[in-house]
Design a protein around this ligand. Structure first.
Ligand code: 13P
Ligand code: ZN
Length: 266
């Protein structure tokens, strides 16, 4: 990896920022063991021309992602810890390149070939989201999945397993939330992690929301850069914390009023 991209300063700077955010995820308690994963579309900055792909391992994808043909991604490795990625990103993450038919990818990193060093098990969801971003022509490059405790806790209450009540609660707890997460959270009922079904439901949820919240599991957020993507999750988690803090102090949180919220939407 280091050799292939040795002189790519923009890539090194993205790796540095991603490592910093991986450290925040760990510090917040949103990345126990290997929890969470990150993918970043780096196609615009990876400009090396590879004539012969035969030395690189090739893996099939469960679907074809036509809009991602020839695209490159920085991806965290499956089973890797965010806290380790923070200290040594390229021993815990890899660069992949999708083939022209968009139904498989090469692993271009140094540790390629080792069966213990593969991309995240949630790759189908990540690539499905990048495909959605490409289809709508929006600028986001980052997809971030984290086990955000405060938001997971909300999904254990049946009343919040419903998009309207979930968003009303989160927007109502703090003015920043509606400003920075205006399309709110799309709710994804519990499904097997890593499955094709959960990937499809997540893509559906992100068609008209900023973030997808997986029941009893975690969040998927998208953004232009890794810091901004982290910020969205951080803001939502703050709203959830305010709610739980009020509850544990026996305060019934009043929430922002409808007119306070509509002023913020302007
Ligand atoms: P990976 O280690 O495969 O990225 O899985 C972590 C995770 O959070 C699964 O949902
Ligand atoms: Zn997870």
């Amino acid at each position: 990896m280091k050799d292939l991209f040795k002189h790519n300063k923009p890539l090194h700077s993205i790796i540095r920022e991603t490592a910093e955010v991986a450290g925040y995820l760990w510090q917040r308690g949103w990345a126990e063991r290997n929890a969470g994963n990150i993918s970043i579309n780096i196609s615009e900055i990876v400009d090396i021309e590879i004539i012969d792909y035969s030395p690189f391992p090739f893996l099939d994808l469960p679907f074809s992602y036509p809009k991602l043909a020839d695209s490159s991604f920085l991806v965290t490795g499956t089973g890797k810890r965010m806290r380790d990625f923070a200290n040594s990103p390229m021993n815990n993450g890899i660069v992949i390149k999708v083939n022209q038919s968009a139904n498989g990818y090469w692993i271009l990193s140094q540790k390629a070939g080792s069966s213990s060093f593969l991309p995240t098990s949630e790759l189908s969801t990540h690539l499905g989201i990048h495909q959605l971003i490409a289809e709508r022509g929006s600028p986001e490059k980052v997809v971030l999945h984290a086990h955000t405790t405060e938001l997971i806790a909300l999904t254990h209450a049946e009343e919040f397993c419903n998009q309207d009540s979930l968003n009303n609660l989160l927007w109502g707890m703090h003015p920043e939330t509606i400003v920075f997460v205006p399309k709110g959270v799309g709710f994804v009922p519990y499904m097997l992690p890593g499955s094709v079904e959960i990937a499809m439901e997540t893509i559906k949820a992100l068609q008209n929301h900023d973030v997808a919240l997986w029941e009893k599991h975690g969040v998927f957020a998208i953004g232009n850069c890794v810091h901004e993507t982290f910020d969205v999750i951080d803001i939502l988690a703050k709203s959830a914390r305010i709610y739980f803090m009020c509850q544990s102090a026996n305060i019934l949180p009043r929430g922002l009023t409808a007119s306070q919220l509509s002023d913020l939407k302007l």
